[in-house]
Design a protein around this ligand. Structure first.
Ligand code: TRP
Ligand code: ZN
Length: 897
């Protein structure tokens, strides 16, 4: 590495902090031109640290801190008693314990990276995870340094009537045009959980009575024009609080819980102690502006951030390598919550779809890392699908292996044992072991090995012995820095179907089974531990059909040679709802892959009848309703969706983007043509004129209707275009309106061209003051798979409403194009790659975290043909040569070249 280039840090180099900060006192004086932060820290040497590291105190900061003064115990230090480097403050030869006071100046109004204190529109807010606090003041900005915070915020009274920070407001006052509020957080916390807000905000208020009878004040703050859109978040918050008491026995601990909605935010939301800060996209909801999917996201993110109060805040991370300790576990918790609030099977299907289309490619790419990485250059780059979603799968596997009751005994011990501490994933696993007397030595492989394991399974029935033998081989592909892989311990949930499609209640004696699940049939949870293993099921009277990896019991790729008949059989009979969907996906995948082959060979495209029959059956079921109680409308809607293009790409050796897209479209068109009558009936049956509610039955009906609309719009058909225009114009909710707009925009039909432009104009004019809807307006255009989209996207960059500095807007246009418009992004000229690289370079100087995030599609070059590989690498190379490349972008580019 060249000198001055960013350096990696390693988990193995972890050392306890040399100093501790018992108390933190912040005085934040906000003025339009400059904000002055005066910080007083009660510092002591850490008795567990080496004394040679305790001679000088070295604090984290950034070059944007303009240091005005440094004092110890009230005495201002002279120039030779401390040194300010770019991102470090060294205070020389400090005593055992002392009070350090620093005064710095910052300009939040210029902070476009949105880390630390910054402005979102007219309001001031903070984002401190992971290492943002160092942009606010000099500090030991690491999660294992926990402190008691008292914060005074001072600002202009008229412009910033609301001043918030963590904990309880203990004092306030005013002087002339200015006022101040002092907040005190009674809980020790790491700096990344600090938050501050100053703005002209309105709020709604409610109350929650905890299981021990304490009253908690709940407040949600927004800018005034959004105050009509926070009721659903409040409902979700109360549901979350109740759920965590019931399911995990966890009670809220402060007297107030606040959520603030901000427009400019790098991620979804942040669990700051007692003062969550949310991206507006994850908190605002209103029928006219918010889709069903967005409602569901609000519920899950509100839950997620709330659940962090225990899994993250009360028990926090020792260092950032442990990120999955809080994120994996909390994602599992929010997934369980959403499942309990709605349909568990639908939730599981969605979660697995996300894992497959976002995490599997990551695990197969140049940035592959274990859920507990062992090194990084920029921690912001590790807020990944692997740490979050695969992390949730890993904790979920512990739950599956133990069963829900023993898992709860484990989490109780974990929370009790480590309350108030900053701990590691190892501590989590240990608590699970100790609470249950089990040995998870081999299971720990999941925390250190990257890559998606593959299970190659075969089944053999022996008629005379009445045995069915499953042979399971597990392997894991090499990933950067990890050539050799050890076998994992994982739960393989298996059922066997008899000829009627009923579960066989086989004896588990002699099988290595961790538990049995009889909730909706009969499954055994097999302990997979070896590279190759055999499971012999006895007393099986006739040849069974195995239902493997039920509920997606492990985050793996399962290979089993199912015939198309067997898949059809599982689709209509499996007692495991997830595997019914999965059988349909396998069938569709198989058929689409066959068509890709036909296209590549220049043969005529034929769509297999098995798939047609499956869709016919699903649509018929949707019309007849209650015939099969295991297949509700929500599930049928999911079963009618073909595997995502990203997943199809992930499942091919060298992805032929055009052929994959063409094949998927061909299947859609064939279904639409052959089953148009059924589709139209399903559409009409589910077109209901009822006041909007974000409630399961309604959501399922809208989903079914809009999936049907998508198919109906596939062939050129003027009548369907008219139907779509009618839906667009008469819609009373955003789900229906945006689905119609999307279908129109995506239509190549001659009859759709004029209506589409008209609808786009109407949509814009109607919602121009609703930022989140305008994000959708950009996204719908950016994800259109028709030719010419790249030009349209480029033109939209010049639209008045486009602003690359606002992450939601940038994502709506740029990231949506690069990630969700696979054919156009990969157009053969390389224009899509060049466009993305230009945006990365532009964002590098504005918001490095976002620049690095949107770059990921370019890093997946290994999946494509040689021409595209060369074009993609050329753009990566061009990014690398940029003057002043940020560590964020540098890390992703160098690791992928
Ligand atoms: N802890 C947050 C969550 O998952 C993640 C987060 C929010 C974040 N904002 C961030 C991470 C900014 C890095 C940078 O709930
Ligand atoms: Zn989180």
């Amino acid at each position: 590495m060249k000198e001055g280039q960013p350096k990696a840090i390693y988990l193995k180099d972890y050392k306890v902090p040399p100093f501790l900060i018992e108390e933190t006192n912040l005085h934040v004086d906000i003025h339009d031109d400059v904000t002055t932060v005066t910080t007083t820290l009660k510092v002591v040497k850490n008795s567990e640290a080496a004394s040679e590291d305790q001679v000088h105190l070295v604090l984290d900061g950034s070059k944007d801190l303009a240091t005005q003064s440094v004092a110890i115990d009230g005495r201002a230090l002279t120039d030779n008693e401390y040194r300010v480097d770019d991102d470090e403050l060294s205070v020389f030869e400090v005593p055992e314990q002392f009070e350090l006071t620093t005064t710095i100046q910052i300009k939040p109004q210029d902070n476009t990276a949105l880390e630390g204190l910054y402005k979102s529109g007219d309001m001031y807010c903070t984002q401190c995870e992971a290492e943002g606090f160092r942009n606010i003041t000099w500090y030991l900005d690491r999660p294992d340094v926990m402190s008691k915070y008292t914060t005074t915020v001072v600002a202009d009274k008229a412009s910033y009537p609301i001043l918030l920070s963590n904990g309880n407001d203990i004092d306030r006052g005013e002087e002339g045009d200015r006022h101040w509020v002092t907040w005190q957080d009674p809980f020790m916390k790491p700096a990344y959980l600090f938050a501050l807000v100053a703005g002209d905000l309105q709020h709604i208020e409610d109350e929650f009575v905890t299981m021990s009878g304490r009253k908690v004040k709940l407040q949600i703050f927004t800018e005034p024009h959004n105050i009509d859109k926070v009721d659903y978040a409040m409902l979700s918050l109360k549901n979350s609080m109740k759920w965590d008491e019931e399911v995990y026995g966890r009670e809220y601990d402060l007297d107030v819980f606040m959520i603030v909605a901000v427009e400019s935010f790098n991620m979804g939301a942040m669990e700051n102690k007692g003062l969550n800060i949310f991206n507006t996209s994850c908190v605002l909801a209103h029928p006219e502006t918010t889709t069903d999917a967005a409602y569901q996201r609000v519920e899950s993110v509100v839950g997620h951030e709330y659940f962090h109060n225990w899994s993250g805040n009360r028990v926090t991370c020792r260092d950032w390598f442990q990120l999955s300790l809080k994120e994996g576990f909390t994602v599992l918790r929010d997934q369980q919550f959403s499942a309990d609030m709605g349909s568990p099977t639908v939730c599981r299907v969605n979660d697995v779809a996300v894992l497959r289309s976002a995490q599997f490619p990551e695990d197969a790419g140049p940035m592959a890392h274990a859920i507990r990485p062992d090194s990084f250059i920029e921690i912001n780059n590790f807020y990944t699908a692997t740490v979050y979603e695969k992390g949730a799968e890993v904790v979920g596997m512990i739950r599956t292996l133990l069963g829900p009751e023993r898992f709860r005994v484990g989490t109780d011990l974990y929370f009790d044992r480590h309350d108030g501490q900053a701990v590691t994933t190892e501590d989590f696993v240990k608590a699970m072991e100790d609470a249950n007397g089990v040995d998870f030595t081999q299971f720990r492989t999941w925390y250190r090995q990257a890559g998606t394991p593959v299970l190659d399974v075969t089944g053999a029935y022996d008629q005379s012995a009445k045995t069915f033998t499953l042979n399971v081989k597990q392997s894991c592909p090499a990933t950067p820095g990890q050539d050799q892989k050890d076998p994992y311990h994982m739960p393989l949930k298996v059922g066997l179907l008899d000829e009627e499609g009923n579960d066989i209640r086989f004896p588990v004696l002699g099988l290595d089974v961790s538990s049995v699940d009889e909730a909706s049939g009969f499954s055994a949870i097999l302990n997979l531990t070896q590279a190759e293993q055999e499971f012999v099921f006895r007393g099986i009277e006739s040849k069974p059909t195995p239902s493997l990896l039920r509920g997606f019991s492990a985050p793996v790729k399962l290979r089993y040679e199912y015939s198309r008949e067997e898949l059809r059989f599982l689709m209509s009979h499996d007692s495991d709802g997830f595997n019914r969907w999965e059988a349909g996906q396998r069938l569709a995948l198989d058929v689409i892959q066959e068509i890709v082959g036909q296209i590549e060979a220049g043969e005529e495209v034929t769509v297999d009848e098995h798939l047609m029959a499956a869709f016919d059956a699903n649509l018929t079921q949707a019309l007849e309703g209650d015939k099969d109680p295991n297949l509700d409308k929500a599930m049928i809607a999911h079963m009618l969706v073909l595997p995502a293009t990203s997943y199809l790409i992930e499942m091919s050796e060298v992805a032929n983007v055009d052929a994959i897209h063409q094949a998927r479209e061909a299947v859609r068109t064939a279904i639409a043509k052959k089953l148009s009558g059924l589709l139209l009936s399903v559409y009409k049956l589910n077109q209901k004129d009822v006041p909007y509610q974000a409630q399961a039955q309604q959501i399922a009906e809208r989903a079914l209707k809009n999936v049907a609309l998508g198919y109906l719009m596939q062939p050129e058909d003027t009548e369907m275009v008219n139907l779509c225009v009618y839906q667009y114009e008469s819609a009373t909710n955003m789900t229906d309106r945006s689905a119609a707009l999307r279908a129109l925009v995506g239509s190549a039909a001659e009859a759709a061209q004029e209506p589409k432009e008209k609808a786009l104009n109407d949509f814009y004019n109607r919602f121009q003051h609703e930022a989140l809807v305008i994000d959708q307006w950009f996204a719908i255009q950016a994800t259109c798979s028709l030719p010419g989209t790249l030009e349209r996207v480029k033109a939209l960059m010049d639209h008045d409403a486009f602003d690359i500095k606002v992450p939601n807007r940038m994502r709506g246009l740029v990231a949506q194009f690069a990630m969700n418009n696979i054919v156009n992004f990969h157009e053969a000229s390389g224009g899509g790659y060049e466009f993305l690289a230009d945006r990365v370079i532009e964002l590098n100087g504005i918001n490095p975290q976002m620049a690095a995030r949107i770059l990921s599609p370019l890093t997946r070059w290994r999946k494509y043909d040689e021409e595209r590989q060369a074009l993609m690498k050329e753009q990566l190379q061009r990014i690398l040569e940029v003057e002043g490349i940020s560590p964020d972008v540098y890390e992703i580019v160098t690791k992928s070249l």
